[in-house]
Design a protein. Structure first.
Length: 509
């Protein structure tokens, strides 16, 4: 997530949710006679939004099923070092660690009482309606070869986001890593991706990554930003309503100056140099549409490039259920949600980055707000003693969502970025499909959209199923990204045939 502020959000309370009251066992009793007990709420994703939702619902007495593909809670934002590394102060690599500590403490208490069943290492690959309930199918175990089917009366999706990449010559060379990936390596592995690292792309995450790498001992000769931060000034009221963001920007600017990291705005890495690994990059000045200006390229020597152009909501499960999407200000689709975080599918809520990229503070608030909405439905009462808390959360959400929309608009990739990719630039790494092949499919074979390009070139048919190249393929196909409906997939992740066969047997559900 792009947030990196040190402020502790108000959602990091370690006490229960005030005013919600306990949900009676009569209202949400678990069917002990069923093969798989039916939870009152299933939360998919144990990142900030999912954690906040799970513990808030459990505080009010709801039985919660919390599933996550990772081995430990925290998501991509709160990535603790592996236990074997012996890290004594993991909070030194994180911002807002107190919020996470409060959430995990509440999670631990509810796990001890059985109120929350936290199933780590469970990747949900599909969700289907079973009567009035939802059945969640997950893969687990070594290499995901074991299947599990679990049921819940309501579903909350908090699956987070993935990093967006825009291809350019050399981006597949060893030594090129995602900007978020570089930060993950540092947080969870306590390792640097290189010694001399150029950080490039677009979005506020880059500042946090550059500062983290520099503090850990890497030399960061440049932070290359395709957009420009003065563009935020076009929305002064939004900035005034989010003073924490201004303070965060000032802190990052001071830290970059202290570590002698040179910010280069309205520029992009348009080529990577090296044979066996990265030896340097070419940085070019961009026009307002992100087209490289001829003659402006200059080389910067480095052994690593950490590059990323923001984040993209992870929507596979939600879209598979039929949840409607909207075009986000950053050019990526996001879920269409109402003020109570309900999707367009009854019985399904969502929180965090699935509703649009907004950062950790917003994710925590939305997780709590979505849980309160579920609780109100279970109790059949609107308002009550928790109305003040709900109203405050909604106001905070509106304020932060306004900033998220501004952030997305400022850092949205310009249409001219496609000029970075020459004919030999690989766009789909899984299937080794080049930009030239995609342009041929459009210009000579008559492909009018990215789906036809996919059929003609296999772009997006590989292991990642277009999660890495989907945005770029849409743009190169000329259809844009914000107006397209995300691909609807039956499987949200690779699933062994043996697991599919067992899932098809009604006795296993």
């Amino acid at each position: 997530m792009p947030d990196s502020t040190t402020e502790t959000p108000e959602t990091a309370r370690t006490a229960g949710v005030p005013g919600t009251g306990e949900i009676t066992e009569a209202a949400e009793a678990v069917d002990a006679a069923a093969p798989h007990p039916v939870a009152g709420l299933a939360v998919v994703g144990a990142g900030p939004a999912g954690l906040a939702a799970a513990v808030t619902a459990a505080d009010a007495g709801l039985d919660v099923l919390l599933l996550d593909a990772a081995d430990a809670p925290g998501g991509q934002y709160y990535r603790a070092p592996a236990a074997g590394l012996g890290a004594t102060r993991p909070e030194a690599l994180h911002h807002g660690w107190a919020a996470f500590a409060g959430l995990t403490a509440r999670l631990g208490r509810h796990r001890a009482t059985g109120r929350i069943r936290h199933l780590a290492g469970h990747q949900v690959w599909t969700v289907v309606r079973t009567g009035t309930d939802w059945t969640l199918h997950a893969v687990t175990g070594t290499e995901g070869r074991t299947g599990a089917a679990l049921r819940a009366r309501r579903l909350l999706i908090a699956t987070g986001a993935t990093e967006r990449q825009l291809p350019f010559p050399g981006w597949t060379l060893p030594g090129v890593v995602g900007a978020a990936g570089a930060q993950a390596m540092l947080k969870s592995g306590l390792v640097l991706p290189g010694r001399r690292v150029v950080v490039a792309g677009s979005g506020p995450l880059l500042q946090a990554v550059a500062v983290s790498l520099a503090r850990a001992g890497a030399r960061v000769p440049a932070l290359v930003e395709a957009s420009g931060y003065p563009a935020y000034a076009r929305a002064p009221l939004v900035l005034a309503a989010n003073p924490g963001r201004l303070r965060e920007g000032l802190r990052h600017g001071a830290a970059l100056a202290r570590h002698r990291v040179r910010p280069l705005t309205h520029r992009a890495v348009t080529a990577v140099h090296g044979t066996d690994r990265v030896e340097g990059v070419t940085v070019s000045r961009l026009d307002r549409d992100w087209r490289p200006l001829p003659g402006t390229g200059r080389r910067i020597d480095c052994d690593t490039l950490a590059v990323g152009h923001g984040l993209v909501p992870q929507l596979d499960l939600a879209v598979g259920l039929g949840c409607a999407t909207r075009g986000g200000a950053d050019g990526s689709p996001a879920l269409e949600l109402d003020a109570e975080l309900r999707t367009t599918v009854p019985g399904v809520w969502a929180a965090g980055e699935t509703g649009g990229i907004g950062g950790v503070h917003l994710a925590l608030i939305e997780g709590e707000l979505a849980a309160l909405s579920v609780i109100e439905e279970v109790r059949g009462i609107r308002g009550g003693r928790g109305a003040d808390r709900t109203g405050a959360l909604r106001r905070s959400r509106r304020r932060m969502r306004a900033f998220a929309e501004l952030m997305g608009a400022v850092h949205r990739p310009g249409p001219g970025w496609t000029a970075w990719a020459d004919a030999d630039t690989e766009v789909c790494r899984c299937e080794e499909v080049t930009a030239g092949a995609i342009r041929t499919a459009v210009g000579e074979l008559g492909a009018g959209d990215h789906r036809t390009v996919k059929l003609l070139t296999r772009a997006g048919m590989g292991w990642c199923q277009g999660r890495t190249c989907g945005f770029a393929v849409r743009e190169l196909a000329g259809g844009g990204s914000g107006s397209d409906t995300p691909d609807r997939r039956a499987l949200a992740c690779p699933v062994p045939l043996s697991v599919l066969a067992r899932a098809a047997d009604p006795e296993n559900t």
